[in-house]
Design a protein around this ligand. Sequence first.
Ligand code: AG3
Length: 281
Amino acid sequence: MLSFTEAVHDGYGQTFRIDRLVHYEKTELQELVIFDNASFGRVLALDGLVQLTERDHHAYHEMIAHVPVLGHGAVRDVLVIGGGDGGVLREVLRHEDVRATLVEIDARVIGTARTHLPFVCGDAFDDPRAEIVIGDGLAFVRDTDRRFDVIVVDSTDPVGPAAALFGEAFYHDCKRCLRPGGVLVTQAGVPFFQGPQIAAAHALRAGLFAHATAYLAAVPTYTGGPIALGFASDADLAPGDLALLRERFRAARLETRYYAPDVHVGAFALPPEVRSLLHGA
Ligand code: AG3
């Protein structure tokens, strides 16, 4: 029996049975595996880290996309760093007035997502409002003159090259690329396993932005309890006003399975042990 074990956390791993190996490739940058599993559906893993599954990717993608876009309320331009599977891109483009730029370092992630993960990306890569840049997100935010209302960092965990996407220089450059009142959202890690990493990256964002916090989403694929998404802005947008979010949500006519305005507001309610990672004991 073929299986895939993700062993990111010390002394603990999660194992998926591989019911069908759909794709295996060593790209120039990483090992890319796609397989089918009875409980999670289709699974995408990069360098041994599970990035998404068919069963619950919607929860992650809806929360990382709609919380900043609806929380901001007047978003025109979104920058997605990473996210080569197209899931974030598709969710942000559900907002009619949004244009999005996606900067993905590995063109093969996009290529294989188009072929094997259509339930994630839909036709987002072909949307005229989408611009796809194959390149290093770090260099993009350092060099671009463009400005955005929302930046979503849809990265893998801070191992290897992705580690720089959790660093101060990168956050500094993200802030430079945001319009006044813009929002930076980041994949921060699972508090149960990755507390120190969440605390360190949050401290950097808190040093740069007037308001920095995190919110939680339950995505079973990222094992160990809810995953934290970092949320930083010079505007005071979290948790957001429920009545206003309801109005914006209705106007946006989104069909969602996890995101809802009350879930949005509630996601910023942090258990004390998570709060203390961010704001001290
Ligand atoms: N980005 C978050 C991946 C987290 C991986 N960590 C892990 N498996 N421990 C996913 C990309 C989805 N667009």
